[in-house]
Unconditional design. Structure first.
Length: 116
């Protein structure tokens, strides 16, 4: 099983980044996918989640209206489009796959830094 995040980097406040997570080694289309983040000295928190068929999406209040999660089950990828970025969005962003009875898989994380 592999989850590989990409797309992180340094961006100015107000800018945008597009994170991608490429999955392999499991039946991607049957798993709930989510993005989480962890800032220095803070606990990891849920940013956004999407159901296996893409029909149910949830966002943390702090990112609603700015971030968009999507998935492509044909390409085994999940994307987090992040717009209007703020310094408080700075964190390591992780991709997660979860399915009842099968446990959870995590990616290695990608750093997002929002700074002028």
């Amino acid at each position: 099983v592999q989850l590989v995040e990409s797309g992180g980097g340094l961006v100015q406040p107000g800018g945008s980044l597009r994170l991608s997570c490429a999955a392999s080694g499991f039946t991607f289309s049957t798993y709930i996918m989510s993005w989480h983040r962890q800032a220095p000295g803070k606990e990891r928190e849920l940013v956004a989640s999407i159901s296996s068929d893409g029909g149910r999406i949830n966002y943390a209040d702090s990112v609603k209206g700015r971030f968009t999660i999507s998935r492509d089950n044909a390409k085994n990828t999940v994307v987090l489009q992040m717009n209007s970025l703020k310094p408080e969005d700075t964190a390591v962003y992780y991709c997660k796959a979860i399915k009842t009875g099968r446990g959870a898989y995590w990616g290695q994380g990608t750093q997002v830094t929002v700074s002028s």
